[in-house]
Each structure stands twice: as C-alpha cells, then as structure tokens.
Design a protein around this ligand. Sequence first.
Ligand code: AMP
Ligand code: MG
Length: 348
Amino acid sequence: MFLKKISLILITVLCVTACSIEEVAPPKQFYVFGTLVGVTVWGAPKNKTAEAVNMVSADFQSMHERWHAWNPSQITALNDALAAGESYTLHDTQLLEMLKQAQQLAQKSDQLFNPAIGHLIALWGFQQSDLAQTPPPEESAIAALVAKQPMMSDLIIEGNQVSSKNPAVKIDLGAFAKGYAIDVVMDKLKTIGIKNAIINAGGNLKAMGRIEGRSWRIGVRHPSGKGVIAAIETSGEESVITSGDYERFREYEGKRYSHILDPRTGHSTTGISSVTILDKSGAFADAASTALTVAGLDNWHAMAKQLGVKHAMVIDAEGKVHVTPNLAARVFFDPDNKPEVVVTEPLS
Ligand code: AMP
Ligand code: MG
C-alpha cells in the first residue's frame, strides 16, 4: 500500500510521463551537476510549461558549465589564479553571490561546511567522474593539507575581484551549488508566471505550490541507495535537501569512504548515513545538510540550532531515523516497513 503511495509520489515527482493530466508537463530530465535534474510543472498552459522546461534546462546547463569543479570552468579558472597567488576578475555575478553566501555559512557552521577544501577533495579522488577502488590517500598527505587550514574567510572579495590570503584555498561548491541552483531556477520560474512546480536535482528538491490541488510529496532515498524510505509533504515554497554517504563514495577492501569530508581531520565522515533538511532556501539547506553530516551523531542537533535549521531528519549508520518534532508531523513512512524512528527535542 505504502509502496503504491510512494510510487505515486515518485511518479508525481520524477516521472510524470504516464500522467494524462494535460497541465502536467512531461518530465524533462537532463544530466548536469553529475546527476539527473528534472522539472515538473503543474497547472500552467502548455506553451508556458514548455517555456518553463526549456528555461530550466538551459539554466542548469549553463550553471553546470560555469561551476564545474574540475572541468574547465569559472571555478577552475578562479582556483588556478588563487593557487598562483593572483587576483581573479569574476564576471559571473551568481558565482560571486554564491561565494559570499558560502563564506557566511562556513563561518556559522564553525567551518564544518567548508567549500575551500577542494585540494582535500581532489586528494581523495572525489573530483573525478569515476571513483578509484584504490587505498585511501597517505595519512601524511591528508595531514599536510589539513594543516594549511584553507577557509572561505581567506577569500577577499572586492567588487568582482577575488583573491585569497591562503594559496591552499581551492573552491569546490559540490555541497552548495545544487541547492543554490534550484533557488535561482525556481525564482526564475516565478517571473514567467509559473505557480506550481517541482525541481529535482539528484535528490535535492524544491517545490512550489501544489499538484492537482494537494501538497507535493517528496521521496527521501533509502540510505542503502535503493528505493525510498520516507515521503515529506511540502507546503508553499520549500526545499527538501539530502546529503547522503551513499551518493558518492569510494571503496577499498570492503570499507567505504564517503565523499563528505570532515575538514578538521581530512577524513570521510562516519556515523551518519544521511541528513535531510527542509527549508525555504535550498542553498541554506544544502550547506546545512553537509555541515550536520560532518558534525556527526552526537553534535548534529546542536549544530542545527547554531545554524538556525528548523526541520531536520538524520538517518544514522545503523538505519535509525532521528527526526525533529515539526518534521515528524510531515514525514510518512511505509507502515509495513517502518524504520526505528526517534523524535528528537525541538530545534527552537
Ligand atoms: P553534499 O551532498 O551536499 O553533502 O555535498 C558533498 C560534496 O561537497 C562532495 O562531493 C564534495 O565535493 C564537497 N564536500 C565534501 N565535504 C565537504 C565539506 N565538509 N564542506 C563543503 N563541501 C564538502
Ligand atoms: Mg550539501
């Protein structure tokens, strides 16, 4: 029964092809940011819907090219300049804005969200499409990069000039760009008169309005990486963003190494399988979901309070779900296959 409901959700969110409702656009999916991005629009005239879908596709493609972490892009050009101790003129105003917001969120998260650790991410091999099945990097190499303490606060942004006090800074916006992008695109959809839509960037979603007169429901992937563990109902304009250790990882001799790194140790995070945050801002929820994963099982709740997170759901490495009371009221689990669920103290 629940599976049926959830598959309905997935059909609604991801694959509307089978729907006969005229106002729902056929799902448009494209491969950007290393993941499938999809958009669904409801209740708009056909021509408006087509315009919206084309716009979303073009915008994502453009952001993907401009902000790629390792293919030649605005980010790699900026990183080359920073490594050489040079100042870089950034004409990409969205990227400038993103860097400024990332600076604030890095500071607020005590550097647990730290997009300046690109060298560390590259050392682990996570800045490549095919992940190596080789031993993890040497401890000495990890320690050397951690000791250089690259931070977003090392960046000096004056107008469109960006430089760094620390040549060890290498920007990787993998933990932030998808959330930021869905905000940008949703705002743009509003400007052309779209009122009901959902954008899915690889499990990072933002919904607005309703579908067929009811709330959108967003499926959260099972930490096994297969299927859906829960569905979350959105209200108005809201993002549901998940950081998961199953998204990208490398494996060696049966041990898994998550793509989310603790900047304090230089190692992959452990203890938490996934963090889901619900917030109006996708950018905020994206940065926060990464920061809470790094904070770990004992400290995620305190970090959520510190950041001003309102709704959070954490799935620990044992599969137990920890959910804040206000989100618990909006999460639906399969009654036939319900995980162990703990409702935590409220965040505010
Ligand atoms: P997310 O799925 O949003 O948690 O983002 C994970 C991606 O962000 C990784 O693939 C890395 O590119 C990057 N990353 C890993 N660890 C961190 C961290 N502590 N702070 C910021 N970015 C990170
Ligand atoms: Mg994130």
